[in-house]
Write a protein that binds this ligand. Structure first.
Ligand code: FEO
Length: 399
């Protein structure tokens, strides 16, 4: 994808694929890469919508110049989001096009100075303002905290194309296909949910506010800063985002356990059998010491039931389990049904901690809470199976 791709009569994708970064935001693994989507509108005025990570600026410039040549100027740079995966090329673009006007809201302009020392040639827009490009007009819609304070969206009124920033975006580099009708949508759906849960999910109430604000727009195309451009079925990604931000979940259970010598794992196996006997088909089992929290968080966002089991280590759950529960609390995931089990070791502590987690999250707790003093007895394993069955009865329709 080394050439621009035309989206409408005047709008082109001029983004890049990052297949080199291993850990996005120094937190989240991206083995399938990620795209940084920028867009160029060529009307009487030329407008660039967002940029790319700084290490890819030459690729962005190549694409821009292949469309407008080296003489013509870019008149406007519209900044929907200031996180450096999109703003990283701003200073180079500003040097290349010294007369460019940088367009953003008051927060954008504050961050522009903070990150890049730029405070000249800026245009501060307010919610609902319109910028005239010639045949086309762009309206601006402030959507704060989706997922930074300055996040906003820009809407091509003529083509009904919404440039959404990170919203509706996901992990996964583009492998030749840009549009939703050119790719296997399921491949991107899973990585989009992982992106949502890892990065945007904490701000779900603000996503709902953004939906309310955007209700009046007739949206035919969604062009996010990551992942495919949705031109055939934008309703699909809108519906996903709506459900995820309302914490709506599917029938299924995440069963995550921390085990040092196999005793807690044995309990997890018994719980899983109880789930299946109770009618659960979608079970995602994770050894928390082996699966990255990014993937467990994604599964927790997808499914209604979450069962956590941990060995006690230093009077607490194993640190890898604590990492998962800390993250679930930090992301403020709501409306889940929780099961707890674990082993006591020489002090006890994991079960007490997980009960505290249940209280703090206010998730529905399924009985029994099962704790093995050391090696789980037959009676303890029976209780684990019962926990699985009871969870199944709570979450599976018609169970
Ligand atoms: Fe893709 Fe929030 O940056």
């Amino acid at each position: 994808m080394n050439k621009p791709i035309q989206i409408t009569d005047i709008t082109y994708w001029v983004g890049v694929n990052d297949r080199e970064t291993d850990i996005f935001e120094a937190l989240w693994p991206i083995p399938k890469g990620v795209s940084y989507n920028a867009y160029l509108m060529i009307d009487e005025k030329v407008a660039l919508i967002d940029t790319v990570k700084n290490s890819y600026v030459t690729h962005l410039l190549d694409k821009i110049q292949s469309l407008i040549g080296t003489e013509k100027q870019v008149d406007y740079l519209i900044i929907n989001h200031m996180e450096p995966d999109h703003s990283g090329a701003i200073d180079i673009i500003a040097q290349m096009y010294p007369d460019i006007t940088i367009v953003g809201n008051s927060k954008t302009i504050e961050y522009l100075e903070g990150y890049y020392g730029i405070n000249q040639n800026v245009m501060v827009i307010n919610d609902g303002d319109v910028l005239d490009l010639g045949e086309h007009q762009l309206s601006f819609h402030l959507t704060p905290m989706v997922h930074w304070p300055e996040t906003m969206m820009s809407y091509d009124i003529q083509d009904k194309l919404l440039f959404t920033g990170d919203a509706f975006g996901g992990f996964g580099a583009l492998s030749g296909g840009l549009f939703d009708d050119e790719v296997n949508v399921e491949y991107y759906e899973d990585e989009t949910l992982r992106y949502y849960s890892n990065i945007v999910g904490k701000f779900s109430p603000m996503v709902q506010k953004a939906f309310t604000k955007l209700k009046g727009l007739d949206i035919k195309i969604i062009a996010s800063t990551h992942g495919p451009v949705w031109r055939t079925n934008p309703g699909l990604i809108i519906d996903h985002y709506d459900r995820w931000s309302r914490y709506e979940a599917e029938d299924g259970v995440v069963l995550a356990y921390a085990s040092m010598y196999g005793n807690t794992k044995k309990m997890a196996e018994a719980v899983s059998r109880g789930l299946v006997v109770g009618g659960v088909k979608e079970i995602r089992m994770h050894d928390v010491s082996r699966t990255h929290v990014s993937y467990m968080l994604k599964d927790c966002w997808r499914y209604k039931g979450i069962i956590l089991g941990s060995v006690t280590y230093d009077v607490n759950p194993l640190i890898t389990m604590k990492h998962l529960t800390d993250l679930l609390e930090a992301k403020q995931l709501k409306n889940r049904t929780l099961g707890i089990f674990g082993s006591y070791g020489w002090s006890g502590g994991a079960e007490k901690y997980l009960r505290g987690f249940a209280e703090r999250t206010k998730w529905d707790l399924v009985e029994p809470v099962v704790e093995a003093e050391r090696r789980p007895s037959k009676d303890i394993l029976d209780q684990c199976r019962q926990l699985g069955k009871n969870m199944a009865a709570r979450i599976v329709k018609d169970a």
